[in-house]
Ligand binder design. Structure first.
Ligand code: URA
Length: 448
């Protein structure tokens, strides 16, 4: 693999007037490519103060960016650090989820599509929020190295077709600066700013095609379907304009995905799916996403054909074998694939939540469950917090399931009584039993 150094590494500093730049966006006028280049250069050279960057972010939040501006901004962010370069004929695929509770799809998809012959390069950012990220989840496996060097990362993709790592290369560093400022200036929920943030990191990662899983619901960034659709459309539109193959799938995050939330518990559930079992809706989602990834990689003529290939790999053991290979290549205890109960930690104290009436589960709020998990130590409030991989919340009923009075709805696996008390303040409010059965649709829409 080659890497390209950032476009702002040299000493060249363009003329840039921060006040004029802000005023232009304040007045609803478009910026050109050179202006974005100069802006990001000023950010990288720290010649523009944070208060001016913040003022521009608010102007962009209120007045938006048109597609040309979005492309110039995204390219300038992507070029602010190293860019990984793969030969296009390798058709490397990358996947991005906008994040949710119980989302273990990456753990399944990476070995699954590699088992079907595709190449997948997955660089993940650190998890911050109610649950751990992919890196935190895999770090439940003893010995595993989730911070590969560039050479190790590329060598592994060449050798076994897949690798998952935290960012060891500083990809799109200017984006990190913008993200931190957006977080404290009320400018996170903007479709153009989110689009530029996500695609700039994908571009710097060097893949040929992207699969976006845009989550929608209480446990997601986008709470309503209109906003989720708008984001999915913009991600696809801009990726295509930048010459990338791309599909976005909008999926339900009103309730958590699957039966388990919690870092080691989600690895266990991913292993179940890779072994050909596990919750049927989660398996179906993984197969749908894998179908599109295999189609983009050229391993399948259509997404449906890709889904069939992937189903065979789950059922004939090759996906699990690839998972074992992946864990072993990254120095983890690969016996986890065959004996997850022995290898993965699980908190020993259990608290059960039972239904006080009969009916059908009508609500299982993903956000409250995510907050409950964080209160148990399974997620972070600050980047410095240490995750407890062993805590978990098991969902024994999902929305639409029949419930009898006294049935166990949820099990909380915890290590400290005070953490349990704090978690209960969320979990006790997360469910509702009603009179009618309404199942939720997991795959809401697709955007090509
Ligand atoms: N995820 C990102 O990477 N960036 C955003 O702005 C929002 C979600």
């Amino acid at each position: 693999m080659q890497t390209d150094i950032g476009i702002f590494e040299g000493n060249k500093v363009m003329n840039f007037n921060g006040i004029e730049f802000i005023e232009k966006k304040r007045d609803g006028l478009p910026h050109n490519e050179e202006e974005f280049h100069a802006f990001i250069e000023a950010v990288m050279h720290k010649t523009i103060p944070d208060y001016q960057i913040s003022a521009w972010l608010m102007a962009a939040f209120l007045n938006g960016l048109d597609d040309d501006e979005l492309i110039y901004f995204t390219l300038a962010l992507a070029g602010s650090g190293k860019t990984m370069i793969y030969p296009p004929e390798e058709r490397i695929i990358d996947k991005h989820s906008t994040g949710g509770v119980g989302d273990k799809t990456t753990l399944v998809l990476v070995p699954l599509v590699a088992a079907c012959g595709a190449r997948i390069s997955k660089l993940s950012g650190p998890g911050l929020g109610y649950t751990g990220g992919t890196i935190d989840k895999l770090e439940s496996i003893p010995g595993i190295n989730m911070h590969l060097s560039e050479d190790e990362f590329r060598g592994q993709v060449d050798k076994i077709g897949c690798a998952i790592s935290g960012h060891s290369v500083k990809l799109a560093p200017a984006e990190g600066k913008f993200y931190k400022l957006r977080d404290v200036t009320g400018t996170v929920p903007s479709i153009p700013l989110i689009t530029a943030s996500i695609i700039s990191k994908k571009l710097a990662g060097g893949a040929y095609g992207y699969l976006f899983d845009v989550k929608c619901g209480s446990g997601a960034f986008m709470n309503d379907i209109e906003k989720a659709r708008e984001l999915a459309q913009k991600l696809v539109e801009i990726s295509k304009k930048l010459g990338k193959e791309c599909v976005a799938v909008i999926t339900d995050m009103e309730q958590p995905l699957g039966e388990w939330t919690g870092n080691s518990a989600e690895v266990r559930e991913a292993i179940e799916i890779l072994s050909g079992s596990g919750p049927s809706d989660t398996r179906e989602l993984c197969l749908t996403l894998a179908g599109h990834m295999l189609n983009m990689s050229g391993r399948a003529g259509t997404a449906d054909e890709g889904t069939q290939l992937a189903a065979q790999a789950l059922d004939n053991g090759t996906a699990l074998k690839k998972f074992e290979e992946l864990i072993s290549a990254q120095n983890g205890d690969s016996s986890v694939a065959r004996d997850p109960e022995r290898v993965l930690p699980r908190a020993s104290s259990v608290c059960e939540i039972r239904s006080d009436r009969k009916g059908y589960l009508s609500r299982l709020d993903a956000l409250l469950i995510g907050e409950g998990l964080r209160a148990l130590g399974g997620g972070r409030l600050t980047q410095e917090d240490i995750i407890d991989p062993s805590v978990a919340i098991q969902l024994l009923k999902k929305v639409g399931d029949k419930v009898c009075q006294g049935d166990v709805l949820l099990r909380i696996y915890y290590n400290h009584d005070e953490q349990l008390l704090s978690a209960l303040s969320y979990v006790n409010k997360c469910w509702q039993v009603g009179d009618s059965a309404v199942k939720r649709k997991l795959i809401i829409d697709m955007v090509y």
